[in-house]
Design a protein around this ligand. Structure first.
Ligand SMILES: [Zn+2]
Length: 324
């Protein structure tokens, strides 16, 4: 993808995010009104007040009168808002329950800041860098998503098909309920060709389509970000810090990255540790067995990866689907 294609795709993501923001606000308004119907009447009153005040202000010639009317309207507006806030409190809802909530308060999820010439918001630039950083060899999400899942392609023998169907359901539930699902993190293990990468791509596609921010990266690219950070290039690229901060990080093929002294194990530990401490979400696909994880990364990293209280784990078994 070229830079302008990335920009176009990202603008679409932002449009979806704004739609999700709006839906979220509508849901909260509906919830508040069903808890306290009076809130609905007050909101209507507030909207009418603004409209009527605007009309009557425009009808007045006298400047004094206009100022007085505007002040009166403001006072009434404040009174209505205070009543609404009180009703929200009484019903156990937060006072800001009827305010829009943005992923980025700076650009209000438009991706732009400033008047003409508007420029991209910092959040947009950071996402753009990440998109361009993503491995070009990764599947396009219009090719790998839950809708494309075809159980018929998977051999029935030895329960392989059943396992894949249940794993798909688990991954789909994870993506649909993100960030509040049963598991905070997912670890998909098993030999190559069993569909781990496909599932990881499906989760990525669904979560980003729902408007959440996620980064998917191959372990090889992740290593590149670590190395850049290590040699002090991160300011230019800000790859590693974004890997720590993104709400959902999906790492494909853990175990295929180079092992470099003072880098791989140390930075992987930092990455996992920081993400776990901040309760961020991580999905990892790997061919490594638990024993291989211990051997490759040592106890400290392995204990983070193998802690069953932190990860929903699936070990896929069966025939290599690529050879069928
Ligand atoms: Zn922004």
């Amino acid at each position: 993808m070229t830079r302008s294609e990335h920009i176009r795709a990202l603008l679409e993501e932002y449009a979806r995010q704004r739609a999700a923001d709006e839906q979220d606000l509508n849901d909260r308004v509906a919830q508040a009104i069903s808890a306290a119907p009076e809130i609905g009447e007050l909101r209507e009153k507030s909207a009418n007040l603004a409209l009527n005040a605007m009309r009557s202000i425009l009808n007045r010639q006298n400047q004094q009168e206009r100022i007085a009317l505007a002040a009166d309207m403001k006072r009434q507006g404040r009174e209505i808002n205070a009543k609404i806030r009180a009703l929200l409190r009484e019903n156990g809802l937060p006072e800001d329950a009827l305010e829009p909530r943005y992923r980025c308060g700076v650009c209000r999820d438009t991706g732009y800041v400033g008047d003409a010439p508007a420029r991209f918001c910092e959040c947009f630039e950071a996402r753009l860098r990440l998109r361009m950083y993503e491995d070009g060899s990764m599947a396009r999400t219009d090719e790998q998503n839950f809708e494309q899942f075809d159980a018929g392609r998977i051999p029935e023998e030895n329960g392989q098909r059943d396992q894949m169907i249940s794993t798909r359901a688990m991954c789909e539930a994870y993506a649909d309920h993100f960030p509040d699902g049963k598991y905070r993190n997912l670890l998909l293990t098993g030999a190559g060709g069993l569909g781990k990468t496909f599932l990881l791509n499906c989760i990525f596609e669904r979560v980003t389509r729902r408007g959440f921010s996620a980064v998917r990266i191959t372990a090889f690219r992740m290593f590149e970000a670590m190395r850049q950070q290590h040699v002090g290039n991160d300011e230019k690229f800000d790859g590693f810090s974004t890997l720590i901060e993104v709400p959902l990080l999906l790492i494909d093929d853990l175990g295929t990255e180079p092992m470099m002294r003072n880098i791989t194990i140390e930075y992987l530990f930092t990455l996992l540790n920081e993400r776990i401490a901040a309760r961020r979400h991580t999905v990892i696909a790997t061919n490594l067995t638990p024993a291989q994880m211990k051997e490759r990364y040592g106890e400290r990293v392995a204990s983070r990866l193998l802690d069953r209280s932190l990860w929903g784990a699936v070990q896929l078994k069966g025939k290599d689907l690529r050879s069928l």
